[in-house]
Design a binder for this molecule. Structure first.
Ligand code: SF4
Length: 118
């Protein structure tokens, strides 16, 4: 069993599906970032990355009134080449590891950012 910090069932489904989803045009929010976006990581495995380089920001939550990490301006996670590499990388790691820490996930994000900068 792999332990990802949040939305674990969603990630397991994506990994089982074994390919990126592409644009999910039947979603009522599509396109929430840009036309043609890849929707595989609708729930970002790196959330909250707390690194504004990809467009995320710390903001006051509309419902909670508390500080939350907002990803509305992150287009990076929705680029097909990025989504695909995240999927391949998670699968590779999961072959060896039984659990994933937040630090491992953020390290993976950094590695992918080097290959595909925002
Ligand atoms: S800013 Fe982008 S990479 Fe960071 S948590 Fe949000 S969606 Fe994920």
């Amino acid at each position: 069993m792999i332990h990802i910090v949040s939305n674990i069932e969603y990630f397991e489904e994506v990994i089982k599906y074994n390919k990126i989803i592409g644009p999910k045009k039947d979603c009522k929010y599509y396109p929430c970032h840009f036309d043609g976006q890849d929707c595989t990581w609708c729930f970002c495995p790196f959330y909250p990355c707390q690194d504004g380089i990809t467009g995320g920001v710390l903001k006051i939550g509309e419902l909670s009134g508390k500080l939350v990490w907002g990803c509305a301006k992150c287009r990076w996670i929705h680029r097909p080449e990025v989504a695909s590499l995240i999927l391949k990388s998670l699968k590779r790691i999961m072959k060896k590891e039984r659990s994933l820490t937040k630090n491992q996930l953020l390290k993976l994000r950094e590695e992918i950012l080097k290959i595909f900068p925002p």
